[in-house]
Design a protein around this ligand. Structure first.
Ligand code: FES
Length: 230
């Protein structure tokens, strides 16, 4: 979720869903653990498209916090990260009515993540679980609503990035197609080795050479959306 090179720290957000993660979260603060990474290919924002729309659902939230905060700090372009996040479980962060205007939002869609608002990064949330200030619908509807407010020239500065369950990634790709903007998606597969050895995470990807099986762990997890969804 975060990496701070100056402090030499990383933040990881996880849910203890199995024996491995349960053991990890029970580690006392200060205990050393070994880890391998980073592995694979991450998001690659393009400086000529600084209006980055970050779409996250559920477990896709932490990587998008990383991307939003990194973009906000970068100086190689006038990056304008805009974050849309959806969750049916309570968000693992405090939220508040945003102080930053986002064009095109449905009435009452005002909830934002506190710490993003404080950094000047606009965000909006969606949920069907009746959380205050959240859009009662799917998160890609908010991206679609915002994109609808843009003229052609501004759309040429936009790129979409999505992380979360596959239906969300597919929906983000459809929105990108509708507005003819590029889109990168972070794919999720069960990984046995996570270092490219077992081929257990193969995914069919369209390439200039035709369809190829690629490994999500090392060739991805981020792929061009148009190469993995029709
Ligand atoms: S998980 Fe083994 S190759 Fe990707």
């Amino acid at each position: 979720m975060r990496a701070n090179a100056a402090r030499g720290t990383i933040d990881v957000l996880c849910k203890a869903t199995g024996p491995g993660l349960s053991a990890l979260v029970q580690k006392p603060i200060g205990e050393l653990v070994s880890m391998t990474g980073p592995i694979g290919e991450g998001f690659k924002p393009h400086p000529h498209r600084p209006r980055t729309v970050l779409i996250a659902g559920g477990y896709g939230v932490p990587p998008m916090i990383f991307l939003a905060e990194q973009l906000k700090q970068r100086t190689d372009a006038n990056w304008k990260p805009l974050v849309f996040m959806g969750s049916e479980l309570p968000f693992p962060f405090s939220t508040r009515p945003s102080t930053i205007m986002v064009e095109g939002m449905p009435d009452g869609t005002i909830a934002a993540l506190n710490f993003l608002d404080e950094q000047g990064i606009p965000s909006r949330l969606s949920s069907r679980s009746d959380f205050p200030g959240c859009h009662d619908g799917v998160i890609t509807e908010l991206a679609q609503a915002w994109l609808s407010t843009l003229d052609k020239t501004t759309l040429n500065e936009v790129e979409l990035f999505a992380c979360g369950p596959k239906p969300l990634l597919r929906s983000a790709t459809e929105v990108a197609k509708q507005f003819s903007v590029p889109c990168q998606v972070s794919m999720e597969e069960t990984m046995a080795c996570a270092v490219g050895a077992c081929e257990g995470c193969n995914l069919s990807v369209k390439t200039p050479r035709g369809l190829e099986m690629q490994r999500v762990c090392v060739d991805g997890p981020v792929f061009d959306a148009y190469s993995v969804f029709d």
